[in-house]
Design a protein around this ligand. Structure first.
Ligand SMILES: *Cc1c(COP(=O)(O)O)cnc(C)c1O
Length: 216
């Protein structure tokens, strides 16, 4: 697990340089360590290095990690939010990044606690990808506001697989859509492109492989 320490130093360096390039304070960027597919030992190693935000994309895979790890972790759900699991996900995760349908919203709102949530935006309007298309965002945002159990904080996007510089206009769109709605958070940027995302105003970067290594 020694590679995780070295990887984390490299990531923190990249974050610092990206922030410096646009005059941002690095403390305004949350590093979400995406531990999906990695064993609990990897989560523990990252925890011991000081990380407190972790991202998982499947409820069943995440539960043993949630149960075993200390309670001062903020757990982020970043996977497909299926309606039949949304309620449980809302109860076990602290932040749900991938709200993208009315049926999932209804179930999420049944959680026994208020759920901190982001709307997933399908920015390239990719047909196979989840999320709300930009043209439907206004209407969906209005619906979300009807649910007191859902605490909407921001927008999230995955986006198409492109070169980092090609992602820039898409990240900028998301930040502008969030600002227009007075939503503070934008969850965007992954291992390959988080510098560009930070420069465009990301508040949550979701980093897996750059931290833990390639997924098998
Ligand atoms: C897996 C995943 C990530 C992390 O991707 P890396 O390229 O490994 O950093 C980020 N966001 C989502 C939604 C993911 O599913």
């Amino acid at each position: 697990m020694k590679h995780i320490a070295a990887n984390l130093r490299a990531i923190q360096d990249r974050i610092a340089r990206a922030c410096e390039s646009v005059g941002r304070d690095p403390s305004t960027v949350t590093l979400v360590a995406v531990s999906k597919t990695f064993p609990i030992e990897a989560v523990r190693a990252a925890y011991d290095l000081g990380l407190r935000h972790f991202g998982e994309s499947r409820l069943q895979e995440a539960l043993p990690k949630l149960d075993a790890m200390p309670t001062d972790i903020t757990w982020h759900f970043i996977g497909a939010l299926q309606s039949n699991k949304a309620r449980k996900i809302g109860e076990r995760f602290d932040v749900v990044h991938t709200l993208g349908s009315e049926s999932a919203l209804k179930e999420l709102a049944k959680s026994s606690r208020r759920v901190t949530t982001l709307i997933e935006v399908n920015i390239g309007d990719e047909s196979q990808k989840a999320g709300i298309s930009q043209k439907d965002l206004d209407a969906f945002h209005q619906v979300v506001l009807h649910y007191a159990q859902v605490d909407l904080r921001g927008l999230m996007t995955i986006g198409p697989v492109l070169e980092p510089e090609q992602m820039r206009p898409l990240f900028r769109e998301i930040r502008e859509e969030a600002d227009r709605r007075k939503l503070p958070w934008a969850s965007m940027g992954m291992s390959q492109d988080f510098e560009v995302a930070i420069q465009e105003g990301s508040t949550h970067i979701r980093v897996g492989s750059a931290l833990f290594g390639t997924r098998g």
